[in-house]
Design a protein around this ligand. Sequence first.
Ligand code: WAQ
Ligand code: MG
Length: 252
Amino acid sequence: MRAAKTVISHQPSAISEKQKTIHISGAEGLFEDKDISRSVKRYIKRALNHPRGEPDEIVMTIEKIKEMPKRISLLPVATLKCSSPDEAKEITVQTLTSLGISRKAINNSLKILRAKKTMRGASLIFMKSGNRAEPDMERGVRVSRLGIKKSAERRLSRRLSQMKINTTTVKEALSLASKAASCPDIIAEVCISDDPDYTTGYIASRRFGYLRMPNIKSRGEMHGGRVLFIREDADTARLINYLERKPVMVCE
Ligand code: WAQ
Ligand code: MG
């Protein structure tokens, strides 16, 4: 599902009005036939009640999966002590540096994550050169075709409940990060929600797991995004195909 809003911006210096599309919400999953109607209803409800605003377009795509999903397991979860966006930045820079990611790549990612115009998908950044690899830089790459087995979801819910973070937001973000981390060419991911009232972000990697950072942004801010750091010699076409099209199921 994706939901968007078109706004007309009146720039003080411009003579003409300009239309631009604002991304409101997007979500995806893998479901059994019998669960499709219920899932579609949930996605519509979510699009219509979104903290980023009321959409004037909701697009729903339903595709039959013809390939057995690849099974993956979840990254381990931890919540770091982090009390401000500055502290989150410090943790992010330190963690990414220790994973071998260059200062240039880190700086480029911070620009994307703080840009006013949010993307619908993730940016792919080469870990050394800092160059971007996504073919459409406004849209980014959408990690899609991922689901979680019912038994795995129940177990995850129990675990997250003990940590008092059992929400759809956390479950979906952890699943997405685990699909990304299942790619050997992806070294790390950084995520900030674009929802104005969701201020916890994360940094994920196979080495350190899924590390949550509270207060990564201040309440009310509309910016956010995702950056995937990739190996310098990654086969980007193959990588993008995996992220966008390969069915993956969380099974543990
Ligand atoms: N694939 C790639 N990028 C995506 C996707 C996707 N499927 N979905 C969202 N993005 C990008 C896009 O640029 C959004 O602007 C940005 O990520 C943020 O998306 O453990 O809610 O859906 O408490 O707002 C983190 C949870 C929540 C942390 C993240 O992201 C925790 C969240 P949002
Ligand atoms: Mg959002």
